[in-house]
Design a protein around this ligand. Structure first.
Ligand SMILES: [Zn+2]
Length: 411
């Protein structure tokens, strides 16, 4: 923290403690004479700290709204993020062709409207952070599910000029369970081994949304596969070829929550929670690897790539920061022998002789010390008389079948 920011922090802290409100004014207008020295502030006695515990708020009490810049937002810079406010237009918007009451609370608040308010606020927060933001809708528009996904699939990535967003975030609110049901869930597509980068970000978003909105945290799992809901999963996630998640922020079917969701200030809590979750996710890095090359012939095919943790050269960057136990290479779903050099981060894999002909799907899998997984994870290996060609494939969304379910469970 630089001197100016330290100064501003001290003033804001003092003003907050003194119960006055001028800390909402810009730092430049604060009179220098009011600056308290840090050493002059009285430390809190232990009894007072215990008193705070004795009188702590209920989980459902919302703290005052506050939207400070998260220092980790710098890691969002130039990431291309598609925000998808769910529904709208003919699908539950002003020109809805759906039955009366579709995607609306008992008092009539439409989900499409709360989704767009959260989306617009999130757009503003992410653009302020330097992210490259694309909205699937800015107004009360009618947009199909595949059309929304195609926005993410076809957008040009700002960081490296590739095609496909770094992330697709769909914003929704939930219904069902009757009065009093009000929890947050974030959804990904596929089985747990299919889309690890999606699960990475889903976790951060759920925990931050639950905390900001004081929904019923720990009522169930924070994240779910959309294929638990429908065998084929959510159409919008299935159609995305990039990391994609869908937030069901809270339940508009709960009358109390519906009243809160009418308030843009409450929507700002949601948007800020998603922003915070994205800051934390981006801070933990986007591991990747060089496009693999394949050399040799027949039964001596060797794949070579160099892994990248996707994080800055922080202190300790001269040591390995990739969790070696997570490094894996598969060919057509079968793990193959690998050799990983922790110092150079070079990875070699011995491919089966069957890979010497035709086309094969190779996955490369690893996670950094902050537990974010690499993307892309899939490549297509094409062998011809001209040699081997390796190209990146979309995220793994192959299945209209649900993840396999155990018929019996061990007790
Ligand atoms: Zn919805």
């Amino acid at each position: 923290m630089g001197f100016d920011r330290r100064f501003a922090f001290c003033v804001a802290l003092w003003a907050t403690c003194a119960g006055c409100s001028f800390h909402h004014k810009p730092a430049a207008t604060r009179p220098a004479a009011t600056m308290p020295a840090l050493s002059q502030r009285q430390p809190m006695p232990l009894d007072d700290a215990m008193h705070l515990i004795d009188h702590r708020a209920a989980w459902t009490d919302l703290p005052p709204i506050d939207v400070p810049r998260n220092p980790a937002e710098k890691h969002l810079k130039d990431l291309t993020i598609v925000i998808d406010p769910g529904h709208g237009g003919a699908d539950g918007g002003s020109g809805s062709t759906r039955p009366a009451g579709y995607k609306a609370g008992r008092a009539g608040e439409k989900e499409a409207y709360m989704n767009i308010r959260v989306g617009l606020l999130l757009e503003r927060l992410l653009k302020d952070a330097g992210a490259d933001v694309v909205m699937t809708r800015h107004g009360d528009d009618t947009i199909g599910l595949r059309e929304r996904a195609e926005v993410a699939n076809n957008v040009k990535r700002k960081r490296d000029g590739g095609v496909g967003a770094d992330l697709f975030v769909s914003i929704h609110h939930n219904a069902g369970g009757g009065r009093g049901t009000n929890y947050t869930s974030v959804w990904y597509h596929g089985a747990v081994d299919d889309n690890e980068p999606d699960m990475d970000v889903a976790r951060y978003l759920d925990l931050e949304l639950s905390k900001a909105m004081r929904t019923q945290i720990a009522r169930g799992a924070p994240i779910y596969s959309s294929q638990l809901m429908y065998d084929s999963g959510f159409g919008v996630l299935r159609a995305c070829h990039v990391p994609a998640v869908l937030c069901e922020c809270s339940f508009f079917s709960d009358p109390d929550e519906e009243q809160r969701l009418r308030d843009a200030g409450y929507n700002l809590r949601e948007a800020y929670a998603i922003y915070t979750g994205l800051c934390e996710w981006a801070y933990c890095g986007r591991p990747t690897q060089t496009t693999p090359s394949v050399s040799g012939s027949g039964s001596e095919l060797v794949l070579t790539t160099t892994l990248d943790e996707g994080i800055p050269n922080w202190w300790g960057s001269d040591r390995n920061r990739i969790v070696a136990s997570t490094v894996q290479v598969t060919v057509d779903g079968q793990a193959v022998p690998i050799s990983f050099d922790e110092l150079t981060r070079n990875l070699t894999a011995k491919l089966p002789s069957s890979a010497g002909n035709g086309e094969h799907v190779i996955t490369i899998h690893h996670a950094n010390l902050l537990k974010n997984h690499n993307w892309p994870q899939r490549y297509q290996l094409s062998q011809s008389s001209a040699g081997a060609a390796v190209t990146a494939l979309p995220a793994l969304r192959p299945s209209r079948q649900p993840p396999r379910r155990a018929t019996t469970r061990a007790s």
